[in-house]
Ligand binder design. Sequence first.
Ligand code: 4AD
Ligand code: MG
Length: 453
Amino acid sequence: MSETIRQVLASESPRPSITVCGWVRTRRDSKACSFLELTDGSCFKGLQVVVDASLPCSNLMPSILTGASVQVEGDLIPSPAAGQRWELQAKNVELLGEADASYPLQKKGHTPEFLRTIAHLRPRTNLFGSVFRVRSRMAFAVHRFFQERGFFYAHTPIITSSDCEGAGEMFRVTTQKPGSNAKPEDDFFGRPTYLTVSGQLQGEAFACALGNIYTFGPTFRAENSNTARHAAEFWMIEPEMAFYDLFADMTLAEENVRYLVQAMMTECPDELEFFNKFVDKELVARLQQTLDKPFERISYTEAVDLLLKSGRSFEHPVVWGEGLQTEHERYIAEEHVKGPVTIYNYPKVIKPFYMRQNDDGRTVAAMDLLVPGIGEIIGGSQREERLDLLQAAMKAQDLDEETYRWYVDLRRYGSVPHAGYGMGFERLLMFVTGVSNIRDVIPFARTPGHAPY
Ligand code: 4AD
Ligand code: MG
């Protein structure tokens, strides 16, 4: 059985006759031997393999080019080279799969833009190998955070007939032929169905039964925004808690972000060092500050005031009653607060029907958590648990009560105060890696006009 490079590099003492498999990053030849730099994706570091020119397998060397896959059997010995503790003194090398000179990753230093065009090969680079190892560890840390707090993982549907955010940005799911005039009643589900934009509504049904739950799954938005922070398919973490109000919701969201930043710092040190060196030199300082300094909270009305008083001329004017634009959010997080900040109590007119109306009659118990460099990574709210107010909000937004009857039932039978939020998993990854484009933290990005895999 072969071992991973991660296991091998953790060895405490020299070990004879071990087997390692991986891909060749580079090969260098001298008279006496060849050096292969081998990676297998198991960790950031590679393993140096020394192949003596006297070995029978050394005649394979000319055909072992960058990108080839090999299996090496040999002795793990202390390395005389600087910067590495171990190297593998080969006894036998087997070529598993050749790669010729057309292999696109011949040299280092390709731009992320170019690497996006070869999304099937980019995980083999230092940058993307690191991003996707971090992605996996962060996903596990997300589950740990909620499971440690007694939350249950609920699987909400991916195909749905409700538009949670009411923004109409949904992808239709149908088996009807293009151009068909057939009625929705004759379609597969007997009604119009879509890919979900959020698991929240079904999550609420589960919170109103199991107490504290979370969903963590793919969500889809057909919004035509070609920005560095939007994807048409992304993963969202959505906790929903019975008996929570907006402030308890904000506290959990802050703890959630902190916990994941801490996980990044303690569980991905090699990747963090790499990102800090080559992607964003402020990264470690910013993450450390996230752990050290309490997050601020500012009401929407205060936020509008401070933007108006900032003396800045923004591209989009600041008007009470309108949404905050990215430039506004970034000003608040990056220049005013200089750290993570939650903005809460937004105007009712710009928010979905399910948010709880505040006593002032014009704001709702909504919150967005903003971080420097990105803006919004979490959006959430306390939900409207009062039947009459929910029905009025649905009417005001022209929602068909029949479609949402089951949701309204949650207010008819044992209604409770409850709250929740959605954290964009890719935005969180951008925050903890310093990677500035969402296309570079998701394995195969889907954006307007782009779904090649
Ligand atoms: O603010 P949003 O739209 O909130 C909801 O969907 C609520 N139903 C969540 C809830 O209360 N359970 O989305 C939540 C988060 C955003 O803060 C952002 O991080 C991420 O999801 N997000 C996107 N990420 C990538 N690409 C997109 N197109 C995104 N849209 C939202
Ligand atoms: Mg939002």
